[in-house]
Design a protein around this ligand. Structure first.
Ligand code: SF4
Length: 466
């Protein structure tokens, strides 16, 4: 079933020109100075959200919270985590997909209900969020945030859900998509929606447990990876260990977000049973077979294009060099109206290495192409620096549809591949040639697991309902 969200005007221009993930979450159970450990985990998950960060800890039956706008180092750079006592904590980094970018929407959310204090950290977007919001308002709910994460709190409060089965019932009602951590004075819960859109993994540290969106957080915390939490699985942590229960329709078709493998997840993480770096490198190999370029050198658009570019160069036995250097210190996004300001913004973020590209025919590799603004500007920079030809290769299919499940995409009107044919994109970006990895090529890498992935932003095949 094809669902198309209404087209809206998008005024902002994102210098990264990438789809952006909604959030990263981390949970600590039964480990001393849990909040300080959570800070380490959030640092590792910073790529999943840079707008706000927060931690709620639990000590002697009380919950303590600190949230703020900005990077983890801004929010927790002055010893704030030391003021959050206890051996239990959940943390969150956010990039807004539903609800604006302000402190009210920063997580973990903290509320009081019949079961006592409750804190919640959510990664994902509820596809049925608008109708759920209307329903709650009609029922007299006072919503305080613009984020659909708050709906979980209302559903839990309305149903006075305190027992594990009741909480599982609320999660079942919520639909897709979520990976979630819940902290009360009695327990910590970690759960994934029945389709498993967003990742969530379980790790161990000493006698305690940790949970995180990606395993790279465990490395940072000194914890060991135990396993991924299954779709539709809810883990309830107890002093002796954890209990696993399942909710939702058993046997629902899995929908792991393929863009996590292509772009979002850190290359050194382990998500959906795979290493993103290896997957991306393989995608470069297939891309090279599908679209070999008559070029002298492979250049990646850093950093996201590196792994695929390595595979592309290996497959064609070509030289790969650093023709573009990325400045990591000016923040991730930048809103710059006007063509001149945008060109300046691109130069602030990426600098072309003239001596490398001069007189060369380049195969330019990136993992995805969304609006095309940055790519167009980079193509011009490369030519201005003396590149004689630029052949663009994209390690995923044309992105033609927005995401309903927790990834911030431009609307249809801004998606270059929705508005233009591949030939038109090639001309608009002033490339000598353009090739996208095919969906069949990706299926070949995934093998039997291919059916377990969501591909809606390329195929338009969304879940039929929330
Ligand atoms: S629509 Fe795209 S970004 Fe969204 S969950 Fe599916 S694969 Fe991921």
């Amino acid at each position: 079933m094809l669902i198309r969200p209404a087209d809206l005007d998008g005024a902002a221009w994102d210098m990264d020109d990438k789809a952006r993930d909604a959030c990263g979450i981390v949970g600590i159970y039964g480990i001393k100075e849990a909040a300080q450990l959570a800070v380490l985990g959030l640092h590792a998950l910073q790529h999943r959200g840079q707008e706000s960060a927060g931690i709620v800890s639990c000590n002697a039956g009380n919950l303590y919270s600190h949230r703020g706008m900005g990077l983890v180092s801004n929010v927790f750079g002055q010893g704030e985590a030391q003021k959050l006592p206890g051996n239990f904590a959940i943390g969150h980094v956010r990039y807004s997909t539903a609800g604006g970018s302000n402190i009210v929407n920063a997580q973990p959310l903290l509320a009081l209900y019949s079961g006592g204090e409750i804190a919640l950290a959510h990664n994902g977007n509820l596809a049925g969020g608008d109708s759920l919001r209307r329903k709650l308002l009609e029922q007299g709910a006072l919503l305080q945030t613009g984020s659909d994460s708050e709906f979980f709190l209302h559903l839990l409060a309305q149903q006075q859900a305190t027992a594990e089965e009741q909480i599982a019932g609320v999660l079942e009602q919520a639909g897709a998509a979520f990976s979630i951590l819940i902290l009360t004075d009695k327990r910590m819960i970690a759960a994934r929606d029945p389709w498993g859109f967003r990742p969530l993994a379980l790790g161990r540290l000493g006698d305690g447990f940790v949970a995180a969106s990606e395993s790279c957080a465990f490395d940072q915390m000194g914890a060991t990876f135990e396993r991924e939490i299954d779709p539709g699985e809810m883990l309830t942590f107890t002093p002796g260990g954890y209990r696993s229960t399942f909710f939702g329709k058993r046997g629902a078709r899995k929908r792991n977000c393929l863009l996590e493998l292509i772009y979002f997840a850190r290359p050194d993480s382990f998500v959906f049973g795979r290493f993103p770096h290896i997957f991306r490198r393989q995608s470069g190999h297939i891309l090279a077979r599908e679209h070999p370029a008559e070029a002298d050198m492979v250049v990646a658009i850093p950093d996201s294009g590196f792994s695929a570019a390595m595979g592309y160069a290996e497959e064609l036995n070509m030289t790969m060099d650093r023709g573009i250097i990325r400045n990591h210190y000016i923040g991730r996004s930048f809103i710059a109206p006007g063509q001149a300001a945008r060109a300046t913004a691109v130069r602030m973020k990426h600098n072309v290495v003239r001596e490398v590209v001069k007189g060369k025919r380049l195969a330019l590799i990136d993992d995805s192409l969304i609006r095309g603004t940055t790519t167009a500007a980079l193509g011009k920079e490369l030519r201005d620096a003396g590149a004689t030809e630029v052949h663009l290769r994209i390690a995923c299919p044309p992105t033609r549809h927005p995401c309903l499940y927790g990834v911030d995409f431009p609307h249809y009107t801004e998606l270059m591949a929705y508005r233009h044919s591949i030939d038109e994109i090639k001309s608009t970006l002033n490339m000598d040639s353009l090739g996208y990895l095919s969906i069949e090529g990706i299926a070949g890498i995934l093998g039997e697991d291919g059916a377990d992935y969501c591909t809606a932003c390329w195929t338009g095949e969304y879940l039929a309902g929330p």
